[in-house]
Design a protein around this ligand. Structure first.
Ligand SMILES: Cc1cc2nc3c(=O)[nH]c(=O)nc-3n(C[C@H](O)[C@H](O)[C@H](O)COP(=O)(O)O)c2cc1C
Length: 163
């Protein structure tokens, strides 16, 4: 039996760097815990990579305009919003950054989460919505994420076929 940790793709969408900073922190933590991960800006993400099975994906996105994605991430987000990608095998979690002073608080992260869920992807954790002061909320989210992993809910257990 081969019990291996699902590799993790961390994708971020940002304008002023907050989402990127959190994504980098998360990636550093994964490195320390020997969880194999990739870290990619949304605009650099190859959409066909969503076709690769057996991976976890964490999306860390801020919201701009009036509930819009960060400019560089518009194409990425609209592709997911359209629900035309085969993502039913995907296991994912969304970290949404925003400011509750805006009407559409964390609208980009919420739409990404809804689109993936509606397209049949599996949400491994409830979406967290971080309001302006992110650090404590993000640390708590990371702690929950790694607890989940230690419960092996994020692991893929590949059992050799019998017979
Ligand atoms: C012009 C402008 C528009 C924004 N619009 C929204 C919004 O509609 N909803 C929201 O939750 N936050 C909104 N925000 C807040 C950003 O999401 C927040 O500042 C976030 O930390 C930016 O993260 P980033 O540096 O990763 O882009 C807006 C901020 C600015 C400056």
């Amino acid at each position: 039996m081969n019990n291996s940790v699902r590799p993790l793709d961390i994708i971020f969408g940002t304008v002023t760097g907050n989402a990127q900073a959190l994504a980098e922190r998360f990636s550093d933590q994964c490195d320390q815990l020997n969880i194999p991960c990739t870290l990619t800006a949304a605009e650099d993400w190859a959409m066909e990579s969503f076709g690769v099975t057996g991976r976890n994906t964490v999306l860390i996105f801020s919201t701009w305009g009036d509930g819009e994605p960060p400019d560089d991430a518009i194409e990425f987000c609209e592709t997911l919003y359209d629900q035309k990608l085969p993502v039913s095998h995907l296991h994912y979690a969304v970290v949404a950054l925003g400011d509750s002073a805006y009407d559409d608080f964390c609208g980009c992260g919420r739409r990404l989460d809804d689109a993936l869920s509606n397209a049949g992807a599996t949400r491994i954790m409830d979406r967290v919505e971080l309001d302006v002061d992110f650090d404590d909320g993000f640390d708590a989210w990371m702690e929950s994420f790694f607890e989940l992993r230690s419960l092996q809910q994020l692991s893929t257990v590949t059992t050799n076929q019998v017979g």
